[in-house]
Ligand binder design. Structure first.
Ligand code: SF4
Length: 375
């Protein structure tokens, strides 16, 4: 059996929104990003620490990503799981705790399986806890299909053996200080599985349905070459034909809405085309590969220092601090706050125009000269 299911739990948000994406993705190689490799290492360390905390045998994994920061975040995950178990034990003597449990949800999703980081059953509740080491995207547990699939896989094993009435699904994402829990009655999960999951998964497995671009495209292997996504991005080109000669405020608002997405899509296309041309000899019509700009550099720093000193120059060295991020990584978050918290400020950011849906509060611009007042 392949390591990854066609309809994986981690890709469920994508293939449930865009059903043909699951089959289209198979045309592209699966390459592991640096962030994914770091996440795998963090999971292995978290699993080891949790096993040891629960008095199970485990050998500490070693990886090139080991650092104080990863140590602190995996400790926080273990503390969270232990607190959850302690809470359950207040009313249930002997909860079932499973770590890295293989979960089969193929009753609902063809060939569907996955691995639950930590599953706990006790006091009528099934707890599914997922450790997320990534920090790029804040992950919410509410209606999260990946978590629901893990929960259904666990119910497949234990419903009927244990008394379960509710399911609590938690995302623990320490690098975003995010702990998100979504609780549902078991019956509503089964209802979702019958009414929504099964028909959608069947379409997805057959590669049928409509291509539906959206924010879920960001993790799709087909994203760069997907025609549906390109067409959605290129909606912007329609403005070239807009009449009359000046865009209205509404039209500029619409352009602003599209431009962030359009820019990141354009950058992805540039990265893909550049890699194909530079590393695989691909020729794109109307383009060529040239040498980019470069900056001068010393061939031998030691020899440079000696030559400069011999010529009588003394003031040739510069000492500088490592960056805040590097310092925080070096010390770990809590030691960093303890030692340097009072010596770090966050200056106000440059005023930026963002959609009203952005979580940050609006800045007052009342002092700005308003050159756009209607006359
Ligand atoms: S890029 Fe988006 S629209 Fe295209 S197949 Fe992937 S998820 Fe669907």
């Amino acid at each position: 059996m392949s390591k990854h299911a066609i309809l994986s739990a981690s890709g469920a948000h994508r293939w449930m929104n865009c059903t043909p994406s699951a089959r289209l993705e198979l045309e592209f190689d699966e390459s592991e990003s640096e962030a994914a490799a770091e996440g795998t290492a963090a999971h292995a360390l978290a699993e080891h620490k949790l096993r040891r905390a629960l008095k199970m045998r485990s050998r500490k994994p070693i990886s090139k990503y080991d650092c104080d920061e990863m140590d602190a975040h995996t400790d926080a995950y273990v503390d969270f799981v232990l607190e959850t178990i302690a809470q359950i034990k207040l009313t249930c003597n002997d909860p079932l705790v499973l770590i890295e449990q293989r979960l089969d949800f193929s009753r609902y999703v063809p060939d569907g399986f996955g691995t639950g980081d930590c599953v706990i059953i006790g006091d009528g509740t099934l707890h599914v806890i997922d450790f997320k080491y990534g920090q790029g995207v804040l992950v919410n547990a509410k209606d999260n299909p990946q978590m629901k699939l893990y929960a259904l896989g666990t119910l497949e094993l234990f419903d009927g053996i244990y008394d379960i009435s509710t399911v609590a699904m938690t995302i623990f994402q320490p690098r975003r200080e995010n702990v998100s829990t979504f609780t549902v009655f078991k019956e509503s999960l089964y209802q979702w599985a019958e009414e929504t999951l099964i028909p959608t998964a069947q379409l997805a497995f057959k590669g049928e349905g409509e291509y539906a671009p959206g924010e879920h495209c960001q993790f799709c292997r087909a994203a760069v070459k997907c025609r549906a996504r390109a067409e959605a991005k290129l909606k912007l080109a329609a403005f070239e034909f807009a009449l009359p000669p000046l865009l209205s405020d509404e039209e500029i608002g619409e352009v602003l809405n599209l431009i962030g997405d359009l820019t990141s899509w354009a950058n992805e296309i540039i990265a893909y085309a550049t890699d194909a041309a530079v590393n695989h000899g691909k020729e794109w019509p109307g383009f060529k590969v040239v040498e980019g700009r470069s900056v001068r550099k010393y061939t031998d720093e030691k020899a440079v220092a000696e030559a400069a000193k011999a010529a009588g120059y003394r003031d040739i060295y510069r000492e500088s601090l490592i960056t805040i991020t590097e310092m925080e990584k070096l010390m770990g978050k809590s030691r960093f706050n303890e030692i340097l918290g009072g010596l770090v400020i966050k200056p106000p950011g440059k005023p930026t125009l963002v959609p009203v849906t952005d979580k940050r509060p609006a800045m007052s611009t009342s002092n700005a000269k308003n050159e756009f007042l209607e006359v």
